[in-house]
Design a protein around this ligand. Sequence first.
Ligand SMILES: NC(=O)c1ccc[n+]([C@@H]2O[C@H](COP(=O)([O-])OP(=O)(O)OC[C@H]3O[C@@H](n4cnc5c(N)ncnc54)[C@H](O)[C@@H]3O)[C@@H](O)[C@H]2O)c1
Length: 356
Amino acid sequence: MPKNILVTGSSGLIGSEAVSYFDRKGDHVHGIDNNMRRVFFGELGDTTWNLDRLKDIAKNFTHHNLDIRDRIGLEALFREHRFDMIVHCAAQPSHDKARDIPILDFEVNALGTVNLLEATRLHCPEAAFILLSTNKVYGNAPNEVPLKELETRWDYARPEDYHGIDEHCRIDQTLHSLFGASKASADLMAQEYGRYFGMKVCIFRGGCLTGPAHSGVELHGFLSYLVKIAISGGTYKVFGYKAKQVRDNIHSYDVVRAMEEYVNNPRPGEVYNMGGGRENSISMMEAIRKVEEMCGKKLNWEYVEENRKGDHICYISDLRKFKSHYPKWEITVDLDEIFRQIIADYTSRASIAGPL
Ligand SMILES: NC(=O)c1ccc[n+]([C@@H]2O[C@H](COP(=O)([O-])OP(=O)(O)OC[C@H]3O[C@@H](n4cnc5c(N)ncnc54)[C@H](O)[C@@H]3O)[C@@H](O)[C@H]2O)c1
């Protein structure tokens, strides 16, 4: 039976993938997005193009230009529609940006999440609720794992760490960045709605979530922004760690497939690390080489000695917990395909719009 689904942050990377995926399945999708990415990151962060794209391709999609901080607006929406599933992707998503806007960051990430959890509890407590959280809730605790330096990347030194960081990593008493702390507040509140109220709430702690629907900017969306610079020009800055910092990358499509697995068999209050895992991991240096190779030109990049405050040195999501609960799920989009899609998308957008 078709579901009634609410997606917040529906013009963003993950939100828009969720809209198009569930729309294709025949569900009715409502999206909330007020293009606040443009407020955070300026013109380059503007998501209007993605909203226009969704309006073109989706058959059963209703967009609401609503702010998740607006409790009264949310109340009216939840009164009018009974949702079976809430996919909560709206956020101030940048680790570094949060230091300039601590109150706005907290209001959107923490309070906005509580507004949605509470509206769900009051109006559709049976609904599945998926929160997109982040690996930054672990602060820089992952940097305490012993590392070894290889030619092009950092890697975990001990065999027991091979699969990466699991959900037992502590989130307390570590440096998070204000973003990590506001997201950790949301993450804990969401767990509570699952554990205390027994609601079907699930938390995905994202590694690098990526794909062509990202409006990549310097402060958020590293692969997308890297490709944008390679195609449109400019200088890419790499901050510290000898350019050997490692990230695991997951295509937005695989994230949404994980959501579908959850909604078909929800487990209240569960937390899962959600990234590309070891196979889809890449270091900064390796990513630069790959993008140069695939775009057929040299990238203009600059090395800045000082690393970003609280930045991870090597982060690979251990996906074994999610896979054990949902054995049918696996990564389907590999790193080369992710690069190909982002490059193809920027190339076609650049040829239509001129330099992006
Ligand atoms: N992309 C990543 O690498 C990554 C990694 C870990 C976690 N996450 C998390 O996943 C979620 C989705 O990330 P994304 O990459 O799709 O981000 P995104 O910035 O592409 O999308 C977020 C959307 O939310 C909208 N938005 C922001 N504030 C809003 C508000 N107050 N009201 C309504 N809409 C608002 C923005 O306009 C934007 O379109 C976020 O919670 C983010 O923290 C992302």
